[in-house]
Design a protein around this ligand. Sequence first.
Ligand code: G1P
Length: 334
Amino acid sequence: MKAVIPAAGQGTRLYPQTHTKPKPMVRVAGKPILGHILDGLVESPIDEAVVVVGVMKDHVIDYARENYGDRLDLSFAEQNQTEGLGHCIYQTRDLVSDDPICIVLGDMLFDGDYGDFLVEHERLGDVDGSIGVKVVEEPSNYGVVTVEGNRIVELVEKPEQPASNLAISGIYFIEDTSGLFDALTYLIENDVRGAGDEYQLTDALQRMIEQGAEFGMFEVEDWYDCGRPSTLLEANRVLLERTAEPTETPTDTSVVIPPVDIGEDVEILRSVVGPYVSIDDGARIEDSRVENGIIGGDSDLSAVNLSETIVGNNSSVVGTPTHLNVGDSSEVHL
Ligand code: G1P
């Protein structure tokens, strides 16, 4: 089985981070989102991955080859216009041919490795495919499935009036890949666009079901949505809690409160950092207080008090050192 990882989208919900790097390269808990996904594959029996690249493709290709080229059999397909997830998967048809695939969307990280999901999929028996689903509060932000037992009877992408609260979570197993590529070809050749005026994977799967394909479902437990700034910070918190190694305080003038992930050549001076901070290589933090944040590489923070904050690479955030003589019973918010 091959994994197919769409990594070509513009990632507009993560602007401004994705102005200068593709979404899979946005860093969370010490490494790019794509690194977490590829780590999950390395741990699983799936050792081949087709990554679909587009915007700023070289970042993605170089990172994947350099860090995972010796552990995964990697290949790359290109999507040159952003025409939707269905169109993105369609670009892999020559590389996939009729091999079974596991589609792993770049927005979602899960607890557990993909091998656990593969076991769930195999338990469903003789199906044409299966989809990981999760109960959510706002299903209209997602693809939504209607199920009977553990079989999917209908899928609708971002419905205004969802028929259920079961969302497509971003992991799919497809056994009948020829059927999937036929359905995608039909949508594209007949210009059948769905939600967002794009060619949707959900619509192709719905077409397969209408033509008699059988799809099962399995529930996924914890997921971390890396697709929006607020949920990205939440993903950072949870993943740091799970994965961060104990960190030594880098200088004796600072306090580091775990969990944090500190990259290489990071300087922390007269500061309190943590909990839940991921700092990329080469950053410098002085006279500051930082908690709950993602700080990009080679960035400079000076005299600031930050929380719930994402700072991209090579940025500079400078506050004004303040000298106060505050009397009793005062309240000062700076
Ligand atoms: C995509 C899928 C949607 C799924 C979601 C999960 O939407 O089209 O069915 O529920 O991922 O993250 P997107 O987030 O790309 O809008």
